[in-house]
Design a protein around this ligand. Structure first.
Ligand SMILES: *Cc1c(COP(=O)(O)O)cnc(C)c1O
Length: 479
């Protein structure tokens, strides 16, 4: 399988060649040259597979430069009950992504049983093992530099901790994360993980990452890389649980289901789109946003208008607080019939700080053909849904999953099972749970009291030179 850039001006590459990089050299995002097709008979066979077996079967269709036996070893090592151990009491952790049925035809797919209690572990844990494998084969190293306001940074650190050839330098805004989030990241004692708390906001952290990455000489000398959500391997790994969820919610492979996906950067639902393109019988992809509704607006109107930093709201589902959706270009590439020249035109506007409008084009009518519908929710909606699910079904959901469920209920159709992706556990967002229910969320036993563990973090001013010096000092000069 070769990978193409959505902007059409970069050479096609193999999976391992794009694994460690970010954007394609022409500024585009990589996608498979064609989507592998999974016929009905194969779906019937896959229905019986374990999560790791299914991951292996799907990845084998997308990766042709890792031998099958190695791919199997990587999937087995990643998708085990000891890593995805944080499931609800009484559930089977060997399921990896257990399905909870709220009522007939309405399900939650639990994607947040990994080490950091958010769905990003599903892909990031595989990425950690893939990185280690490919770096060892090539005799290379990588220094991952990132900025986080919570979920992504901790998922990356738990995936990369102790991995040979990998160091992680993660910037976070000093004093602005919850005590639990700080404890999750800063209590890691692994020698290859470096937490930097920047005196400033998340945007200051992100600006430093950009400044360091724009210094081509520094970037090359210190082998600076990223694990952000445009990484193709993350999207690829996420395709697997759409298949797993489909099998869990259906009896036979002629049935259809719809998925509701709490969305921010469009990474999660992009995997659903690709699963559908591969032939998984998905009727609708229900995209849910919070008050930061740039994507909902697009799917309702055909206008894509990224927001400014000032327009971006801080909400109680913070992992969906985005101003633009970095993976969205992948979907638009398919929407415009894979015409890279059209994508280049549209993103020339976006990259210049503007917007685009598909209303007068034939593409708008195709949105339905791709199965997309959308909606948004508010803080009040989240509180109401968290209460309803708790009182009606005895299940506690987090704020992001509440966004998904709110929009799922608006688009639910009789006779079509609807699967809401549970993207985080309520324990991560205790403050809103207390507001909604007047009680504490359950925290997995092994995470009790992590706030009192010793922490390892360097506090620094928002100063690019200081961050560079910190990295250089830990990478042993000219290597
Ligand atoms: C990252 C995240 C999302 C948004 O996922 P995207 O792939 O960015 O659309 C939703 N919920 C939670 C809990 C997250 O951490």
């Amino acid at each position: 399988m070769r990978y193409l850039s959505t902007r059409g001006q970069a050479p096609a590459q193999a999976f391992c060649d794009i694994l460690l990089g970010g954007l394609a050299p022409d500024g585009g995002l990589y996608l498979p040259e064609t989507y592998p097709q999974v016929p009905r008979a194969e779906l019937d066979q896959w229905r019986r597979l374990s999560y790791a077996e299914l991951a292996c079967a799907i990845l084998a269709r997308l990766v042709d430069d890792i031998p099958a036996a190695d791919l199997k070893a990587l999937a087995d090592k990643t998708y085990t009950a000891s890593i995805f151990s944080h499931c609800r009491p009484g559930r089977d952790a060997t399921d990896i992504t257990p399905l909870t049925t709220l009522e007939p035809g309405l399900h939650l797919l639990e994607l947040s049983n990994g080490p950091t209690l958010a769905f990003k572990d599903m892909a990031m844990q595989l990425l950690g093992n893939l990185f280690e494998y490919v770096l060892a084969k090539r005799g290379q190293e990588i220094n991952i530099l990132g900025a986080t306001s919570g979920d992504t940074g901790s998922a990356a650190e738990y995936a990369m901790r102790g991995k040979r050839g990998v160091r992680v330098f993660m910037l976070s805004p000093h004093g602005r994360m919850s005590a639990f989030q700080r404890a999750q990241m800063y209590s890691l004692q692994d020698a290859n993980i470096f937490n930097i708390a920047v005196r400033g906001m998340f945007d200051d952290c992100q600006d430093i990452v950009k400044a360091v990455s724009n210094d081509a000489a520094f970037k090359a000398r210190y082998k600076i890389g990223a694990v952000n959500s445009i990484n193709w391997a993350r999207v690829a790994a996420q395709i697997v649980y759409y298949f797993k969820g489909y099998f869990a919610a259906t009896q036979g492979s002629d049935e259809q289901v719809s998925f509701a996906v709490p969305s921010g950067n469009f990474g999660n639902i992009c995997a659903g789109h690709i699963a559908r393109m591969m032939g998984l019988p998905i009727r609708r992809l229900i995209l849910a946003t919070n008050e930061n509704d740039v994507l909902d607006e697009f799917f309702r109107t055909g206008v894509y208008r990224p927001r400014t930093a000032q327009e971006t709201r801080v909400t109680s589902s913070p992992s969906m607080d985005i101003s633009k959706a970095s993976n969205f270009e992948r979907f638009v590439f398919d929407l415009v019939g894979r015409d890279a020249a059209v994508v280049r035109d549209l993103w020339a506007k976006v990259d210049a700080g503007g917007s685009f409008d598909l209303r007068a084009t034939p593409y708008l009518a195709r949105l339905e053909q791709f199965g997309f519908v959308s909606g948004s929710s508010s803080h009040a909606d989240r509180l109401a849904l968290i209460r309803t699910v708790w009182h009606k079904y005895g299940t506690m959901i987090d704020t992001h999953t509440a966004d998904g469920l709110k929009v799922a209920l608006e688009h639910r159709e009789a006779g079509v099972p609807t699967i809401v992706l549970e993207t985080a556990q309520p324990a991560k967002f205790a403050e809103t749970i207390r507001e909604a229910l007047g009680r504490e969320p359950r925290r997995p036993a092994d995470l009790e009291g992590i706030e009192v563990l010793p922490q390892r973090v360097q506090v620094m001013d928002a100063d690019v030179a200081a961050v560079k010096a910190f990295i250089a000092a830990r990478c042993g000069g000219d290597n």
